[in-house]
Design a binder for this molecule. Structure first.
Ligand SMILES: [Zn+2]
Ligand SMILES: [Zn+2]
Length: 424
């Protein structure tokens, strides 16, 4: 019996792996252009990290974490999200003391033990950006602009940016009290979870999975968040900055982000055509998380984007078009010449040319067939005759032309001629 990948996980290969690679290359380039450095944190973390950051009352912590006890009795989880590990790393490596504003990005697998359903995986992938160490609204602007840019360059268009301010902690306390008061007369109509949320984190009622709860919470409500003067000014600057950067946004669709750590600016980016689950990226400001994880009181803002959803929503881009013929196939005329042929292939690769050869002693005819099947751009037959004459004939399978070049400059000549189709 053959084994299969676990439910909610997938294998990536061929075209899918190439699209993935193109996406990661794009986001790395854009992140670095804005001054963000890559951080790779471990997949395993202590469970306590997410209890203290994401929040004990959230669905992630209550139902969705892959959690287990290791042999030493420690509670371990497969990371469900990227922000908390980045903040942990930021503090562990004292970036708060060495860099004023740490601008970091990541990409990698995340894990949630929910029931797999269409478009939702147990191992899914995100990239994200975190700017830690500033409370300036201009950093919010930079992060949102970068988020929009990355999606556009990945072929996700049109997109809508939903923007809201959840206010500071004081505002949230006042807003929560008001919301509780509004909900109190309807308590019995709310689902069991929301009844518990009313006491612990009442904002979670606003994005409950049950439509009834949402309808009750939002009825005749323009915004649940009452902002102080400073938060209003912060939000105004963010809107002004985005307008100046020509990033369209919608601040009329008020919403709440479910995680406990958000303050002030929150945003969601939605792609058309993904249905109800059309958010491809989301983020916001988390001005207390660093302190709550034992660090100094510094502001921070970031976002995370779902790679699977982006690839689902993305229009065909350059990376998706079927590749034109690529690389060189070195066919071996006599089996005794494998050593020299292998050396030639290595020379090609050393010159940046995608090069292939047969390792199984196939007939010349079979090799030529394989070259065509593999989509090679050029094929060169190498044999005793070529060795004696010191030249080799190269056939361009795309144009149907052929020409002869000296063996000694074979690799360099092909690197020049076939650029860029033979270059990886
Ligand atoms: Zn405020
Ligand atoms: Zn509910």
């Amino acid at each position: 019996m053959t084994l299969q990948a676990l439910r909610g996980t997938t294998d990536l290969f061929g075209e899918a792996a190439r699209r993935w690679w193109a996406l990661e290359r794009t986001i790395r380039r854009l992140a670095r252009l804005s001054g963000y450095e890559e951080v790779r944190t471990p997949i395993l973390e202590e469970a306590a990290l997410f209890l203290r950051s994401v929040g004990e009352t959230t669905d992630i912590v209550q139902k969705e974490m892959f959690q287990f006890e290791d042999r030493g009795g420690h509670q371990i989880v497969l990371r469900p999200e990227g922000t908390a590990p980045i903040v942990r790393a930021y503090l562990e490596h004292h970036l708060d003391k060495t860099i004023g504003l740490a601008k970091l990005f990541y990409t990698g697998p995340m894990f949630r033990a929910e029931r797999p359903q269409a478009g939702r995986y147990r191992q899914f992938h995100q990239y994200g950006v975190e700017a830690i160490g500033s409370s300036s609204p201009w950093v919010d602007v930079e992060v949102i602009v970068l988020c929009q840019q990355m999606l556009r360059h990945c072929g996700v268009e049109p997109i809508r940016v939903w923007l809201t301010s959840m206010g500071c902690r004081d505002d949230q306390a006042r807003s929560a009290a008001q919301l509780r008061q509004r909900l109190a007369p309807h308590r019995d109509q709310l689902c069991k979870e929301c009844q518990a949320r009313m006491d612990k984190n009442v904002f979670r009622v606003l994005d409950c999975k049950h439509p009834t709860c949402r309808a009750i919470a939002w009825k005749d409500l323009h915004t649940p968040f009452v902002l102080c003067q400073a938060c209003r000014e912060h939000f105004d600057t963010v809107r002004r900055g985005l307008t100046a950067a020509q990033v369209g946004f919608d601040d009329t669709q008020v919403f709440a982000r479910g995680l406990d750590y958000y303050t002030r600016t929150v945003f969601e980016v939605r792609a058309e055509g993904l249905g109800a689950q059309d958010a491809v990226a989301a983020g916001g400001r988390y001005d207390h998380l660093v302190e709550e994880l034992g660090g100094p009181s510094v502001g921070a803002v970031g976002f995370a984007a779902g790679i699977e959803r982006i690839l689902l929503a993305a229009h065909p881009t350059v990376a998706d078009t079927p590749p034109s013929r690529q690389g060189v196939y070195l066919a071996i005329a006599q089996p005794g010449l494998v050593d020299q042929a292998f050396a030639l292939v290595q020379q090609l690769r050393h010159n940046g040319v995608l090069a292939r050869m047969d390792s199984d002693g196939k007939s010349l005819k079979a090799q030529l067939r394989e070259a065509d099947k593999m989509g090679c751009r050029a094929v060169a037959v190498f044999g005793e005759q070529e060795l004696q004459q010191g030249t080799i004939n190269v056939k361009d399978l795309e144009r149907g032309t052929q020409h002869t070049i000296p063996l000694e400059s074979f690799a360099a000549a092909l690197a020049k001629e076939l650029k860029p189709t033979c270059h990886v």
